[in-house]
Design a protein around this ligand. Sequence first.
Ligand code: HEM
Length: 201
Amino acid sequence: MPRHAGGADVLTELRTATAVEHEQVETTLGLMDDRLGRDRLVAVLARLHAFWTAAEAGLDAWAARSPADAETVAWSRRRRAHLFAEDLRALGAEPDTTALPELPAVEDTDQALGRLYVLEGSTLGGTFISRHLATLPTLGPDVRLGAFSPYGAETGAMWHAFRRVTRDRVAAGGDAGRVVGAARATFTALAAWCAPVGAPA
Ligand code: HEM
């Protein structure tokens, strides 16, 4: 793993700095619960749909200002709010974006990569979640959900590409502290936004 002057690798720092928030979100969502019912799944998907909608709006504004950087990280391939909407419809629910979380603006590419770390990292746990949901009687044999594992067999490749772009950015003078700060802010906002759909203890 390459190291850069000035401290630990930015990806290692991102993981360490957000480990508590990850755990919190994982527990709150309770998606690996064997008794996960349709209504709770819909509530969680609705929450994630609204979160992704708000998080992507900030990234879209950044991409409009920094199209070359957005292209480098293949931003247009990484949008996922529409997949949460499709999953909700597949479960017979209507997506609703009248209430959205308030997220900090994405001021630059460092902050964009920090936010993307949270959104893209979720595809890793997402492969386990997808596999688990497919075993639930909740869904029945005909419902296939797509938002948790949007890249399928390309999950590893998409994650590696994200990591490479982020390391390159820091190696070229990007501010690792701003990347990590944006990731923490995104994760904290996600944990707070998901608290109301917390799994029963
Ligand atoms: C929307 C909610 C979630 C977000 C935003 C999220 C975010 C992340 C991030 C950023 C990483 C990358 C960690 C790193 O290597 O730096 C990650 C990895 C992982 N997450 Fe999550 N996660 C979410 C939900 C879950 C849930 C519910 C589970 C429970 C199964 C889970 C399990 C995992 C696992 C097992 C990994 C490591 C996968 C690997 O290293 O191959 N995540 N997640």
